[in-house]
Design a protein around this ligand. Sequence first.
Ligand SMILES: Cc1cc2nc3c(=O)[nH]c(=O)nc-3n(C[C@H](O)[C@H](O)[C@H](O)COP(=O)(O)OP(=O)(O)OC[C@H]3O[C@@H](n4cnc5c(N)ncnc54)[C@H](O)[C@@H]3O)c2cc1C
Length: 375
Amino acid sequence: MSKTDLIIIGGGAAGLMEGCAAGELGLKALVLERKAKPGRKLLMCGNSRCNLTTNISEDRMIQMFGDPVGAFLDPALRAFTPSMSQRWFAGNGLKTVVKTGNKVYPHMDRAADVLNLFTDLLRDQNISLACSSVVQSLEKTTDGFRVTTDNFVVESKYVLIATGGVSYPKTGSVGDGQEWAKKLGHDLETYRSGLAGFEVEPAVIKDRVGKIYEKVTVDVFSNGKVIGQTRGVFEIEKWGVGGTALTDASRIVARHHLKNYVLKVNKFDGTAEEIRPINTRALKEAMVTVGGVTLSEISFKTMESKKMPGLYFAGEVMDVDGPTGGYNLQAAFSTTRLAVAAVGKRLGKKGYPETRAPEPRYSSRKRAPSRQRRR
Ligand SMILES: Cc1cc2nc3c(=O)[nH]c(=O)nc-3n(C[C@H](O)[C@H](O)[C@H](O)COP(=O)(O)OP(=O)(O)OC[C@H]3O[C@@H](n4cnc5c(N)ncnc54)[C@H](O)[C@@H]3O)c2cc1C
């Protein structure tokens, strides 16, 4: 049995960034990932183009998350802001570009470039990434935690759970982290579909499948009151209605636990249509999970459990979700960097650069050398 400073469970957006941040701090860390390759969901992000973050201020971002998530994320988003995120990627050799709606993408529009950047940094910083390592259990020991996989057992004083939500389970996020948290005394918020489309009566989509309405606003009404408004695209799909304006509306429905609601779609040409959905699409089809480890049991200043010192959370395993547009990855990056900063502090690491972007590792005009060439 070996020991390391920090065990990170989950090699997705949060876990990979955590490994990189641990490396920046000079920590010994081990990332455990159940799949044969890390970052399966990351590769799907933004239709494989990866909408990394937004080009708006942290104040606006916090406001857009809405409470309770915005209030919880406040210190994390101020410690690693959306602009720091852009600088961090650029400083590590991946230029980003801002597109419509303030969405930030890697300049070649390839999610794979983001994943390669993470794995290159882990390798360069001697952070171990163990794939095909399904963590079966997480237990408390007298001075830390024991993590058991199918093939080995490892212990550490500090563990970070970054196992994601429960949507798109084929990517590896199936709710294990939430179950361990529950066994270790945490409450879970019920899972709901966030950022999903809506199933509707056939009459709503009849003769319109494939039609896209740009620049719509959607008012979410419940009991005669507007609960929220979204804007973006409205698309008629085979299975129902979707598009960014509708998926964002599903998050409002989930966050407010709405049962009876109407969506009023205001179109660019001045017309409007009212839709009374049958249901939000199934959670496995949602882009994010609303629900997860209860926020009141996690310190928003450090991401450490209030119930189990030494245990940290990052990303979607918590009851954290945001609208479309790069909010969810930014939340994963900011929460995970806040967590590693706290672990670093506990281990006596001074001068953690969480609020500064590192100096460029490569010329900003050149792309980082490919993995093969650098090996
Ligand atoms: C289709 C789609 C498109 C999206 N597009 C965007 C976008 O463009 N911009 C954006 O901001 N957000 C987007 N999101 C949301 C974003 O992908 C997630 O919010 C983000 O990936 C959450 O990061 P995470 O690290 O918390 O979880 P994940 O990325 O899900 O990573 C969790 C990891 O933990 C591993 N794991 C789970 N259990 C175990 C275990 N027992 N042992 C070992 N490993 C385990 C999983 O295999 C997985 O790799 C999108 C989501 C989807 C589904």
